[in-house]
Write a protein that binds this ligand. Structure first.
Ligand SMILES: NC(=O)c1ccc[n+]([C@@H]2O[C@H](COP(=O)([O-])OP(=O)(O)OC[C@H]3O[C@@H](n4cnc5c(N)ncnc54)[C@H](OP(=O)(O)O)[C@@H]3O)[C@@H](O)[C@H]2O)c1
Length: 280
């Protein structure tokens, strides 16, 4: 029986992993920022040495993309130094480390889906600090999986919930129509992570639902699946002035490595979204 340590266990992905792992014979140690602060090197080291997990899955992150722009020190601590602490601790006991990263490590200045080996060039504090996290994991841990995902939604705050909340009190919502990516269900991502771990094929993976869309089309689909009549109005990135951090225009990720491994595919984003909205 495998022992799995989950950090950030109360976040969207953390909750999805906990849900899935309940049905396996794995022993789960799920932690949150109170029970295990990944930024505290000594605490991480002591915790890992006490529990000796076989696998560490890091779901903890500073995910508030705009806030990161003015909260640089915390973003570095959580997104870069935290993964380094976990990677060093994992290596010290011979554990496998799974670290989750983002499409925002790319600049989005393309019209072709990114594969794992493509050149990174983050444009925001969030993207830069997440890239530092990737680099630290590679530097300190020999058996690692880095899984880049995008536009995640699950149990927590996310775009789908925001759209549904806004639809309660608005007839019209303006949404950016010239940024493209792939909405991804955290349940789908959790399943993908548990699928790749036994392969032992370490390295960087892209893990998003299949297909691609814009935030505008995503919002329209949310309204459709939720049976709402709220009108979605497209705006350009230039017209939408509320975003602080620069977002990539086109950050579609191709799950090249995952799809080369066999039959397993992540769900199409529309199918996964429908499942999610029906579950709310
Ligand atoms: N959300 C997205 O759209 C998106 C897109 C691309 C990639 N990702 C990546 O996917 C992963 C999972 O994202 P998510 O949406 O599930 O995140 P989330 O819901 O925002 O959860 C992140 C969790 O990190 C925890 N955390 C923050 N600081 C911590 C610390 N110092 N020590 C331990 N835990 C800490 C928080 O715990 P507390 O609540 O206890 O503070 C929170 O539960 C992250 O690596 C993220 O960068 C997310």
């Amino acid at each position: 029986m495998k022992k799995i340590l989950i950090t950030g266990g109360n976040g969207q992905l953390g909750r999805s992993l906990n849900k899935l792992l309940k049905y396996t014979d794995a022993e789960i140690i799920s932690t949150n920022s109170t029970t295990l602060n990944i930024c505290d090197e000594k605490q991480v080291d002591a915790f890992v040495k006490e529990h000796v997990p076989d696998i560490i899955i890091n779901c903890a992150a500073h995910t508030a993309v705009d806030k990161c722009e003015t909260d640089y020190d915390n973003a570095v601590r959580i997104n870069a130094e935290g993964p380094a602490n976990l990677a060093r601790a994992a290596e010290s006991i011979g554990a496998v480390m799974v670290h989750v990263s983002t499409d925002y490590v790319f600049d989005g200045d393309t019209d072709k889906a990114y594969v794992e080996e493509d050149k990174v060039n983050p444009q925001s504090v969030y993207g830069r600090t997440k890239l530092m996290g990737e680099e630290n994991v590679i530097k300190y841990c020999s058996r690692y999986f880095i899984v880049r995902t995008a536009w995640l939604y699950g149990e927590g705050n996310n775009f789908v919930k925001t759209m549904l909340r806004l639809a309660e009190s608005n007839d019209k919502i303006t949404v950016v129509s010239d940024q493209f990516g792939t909405p991804t269900s955290s349940d789908e991502l959790a399943e993908m992570i548990l699928h790749i771990i036994p392969s032992g094929k370490y390295g960087i993976y892209h893990g998003t639902c299949e297909g691609q869309t814009s935030w505008y089309e995503f919002a329209k689909k949310i309204m459709k699946f939720a049976g709402k009549t709220t009108e979605i109005i497209p705006v350009t990135t230039e017209e939408y002035t509320k975003a602080v951090a620069k977002r990539p225009k086109y950050s579609v990720l191709e799950n090249a490595k995952l799809n080369s491994m066999g039959e397993y595919r992540m769900k199409n984003w529309e199918d996964a979204l429908e499942v999610y909205i029906n579950s709310l």
